[in-house]
Design a protein around this ligand. Sequence first.
Ligand code: OKP
Ligand code: ZN
Length: 343
Amino acid sequence: MLTFYSEEHRLHHGRCELIDGELKPCFEMPARADQVLARVRQRRLGEVREPADFGLAPLLRSHTDDYLAFLKGAWARWSAAGNSADLLPFTWPARSLRGVRPESLHGQLGYYSFDAGAPITAGTWQAVYGAAQVALSGQQAIADGATSAFALCRPPGHHAGADLMGGYCYLNNAAIAAQAFLDQGCARVAILDVDYHHGNGTQSIFYRRDDVLFTSIHGDPRAEFPFFLGYTDETGEGAGEGHNFNLPLPAGSAWDVWSAALEAACRQIERYAPDVLVVSLGVDTFKDDPISQFRLDSPDYLRMGERIARLGAPTLFVMEGGYAVAEIGVNAVNVLEGFQGAF
Ligand code: OKP
Ligand code: ZN
């Protein structure tokens, strides 16, 4: 399996996030991608390639131009005002406030975010642009005939909406790749989001459409981030009705419970008969993940990959979460090896 990877991810390294009332070092850190890359090489998964540059056009298919302009220009505005600390939002257009787009940087930061978990740093734009190109390069490899590819994206993307950042995410790498498949002639794309957290951004981007089936297995949003989306009654709207499937699971879920949900998600995907599959590959379902509450063990990821392979679709794996840094490489690459071993 080809892996796509860019060193540019390193340019995004947020300093702090708010955890239980304290500012702690960001869990979403460069070492995550380093560990995954090291494991790809150790296991000789296949060639590792630099991404090509597809420009902004494919990003504009899933994100608004005003949001991309904001994201691209925010750091320059911030540093021109004499700042060097990470740019973090502190106020949002919540219920009973107006959804206006203010002039000020901080007003716009609140307008374009849903939490304070996505700091903008000097190199954030370059890193997130690079991650999107990594996803698009994996997409291109499959469009050119590969049966699978691994987009080793960092930072992750599945919480990012069309004009919304949050949950460590800025650009929705999986959505951008899915849209590129459609734009190149695919009729139906399925997205399987196995990250511990609900992929609220991906869901919202495709919620009213029937050309993308979105399925997600995640911590129950009644108790878990992102709290405000990811419930079972979110089944799609308009043309998208019946094309969104959320499978929330309780804290403590292990492979027996999780694999039953995977089976249900796979049956929906089989029924949809997609041309291609995009997997939002988060491994924060791991038992020792520091911010998550499922109990998958490393060998379970091999089984996960095997089941995904049995769907029989060309498959693009897009890296999302996973914060047990020492084990992230083994767990992520186990999914890929399980997938390959199934043939
Ligand atoms: C991103 B991805 C814990 C705060 C958690 C956000 C988690 C984002 C996960 N007190 N904040 O889906 O792995
Ligand atoms: Zn996650």
